[in-house]
Design a protein around this ligand. Structure first.
Ligand SMILES: [Zn+2]
Length: 102
């Protein structure tokens, strides 16, 4: 994984966490204004935070994942994370030489 991709991944994780905290706080404040009990506000705010944070994690994973496709155009592909240069080349060869082209 290149340094730029690592930075983008960390940035996506940080943005997901910050956005989750903001949205969860906003949801909690809106529910509190309506007189919802504190236990329900806590549960809702944590759920909203977890959901938004998971979206940030998914984006971060997508940024860190490399996809190798068969060069002959079939549907075969390999998705891996965190590869160095040698492993990158090896996975390209694996994708090109898989046994059955579909
Ligand atoms: Zn193929």
């Amino acid at each position: 994984m290149t340094r730029t991709r690592k930075r983008l991944r960390h940035l996506a994780l940080a943005i997901g966490t910050a956005a989750g905290a903001v949205v969860a706080t906003d949801s909690g404040l809106r529910l509190a204004a309506c007189g919802v009990p504190t236990s329900l506000i806590t549960i809702c705010a944590l759920s909203v935070f977890a959901t938004v944070n998971a979206v940030g994690g998914s984006v971060a994973d997508a940024l860190a994942t490399t996809t190798y496709r068969c060069p002959s155009g079939c549907g075969f592909k390999v998705r891996l994370r965190s590869l160095d240069a040698g492993e990158h080349r090896r996975q390209q060869e694996v994708a090109a030489s898989h046994p059955s082209h579909t």
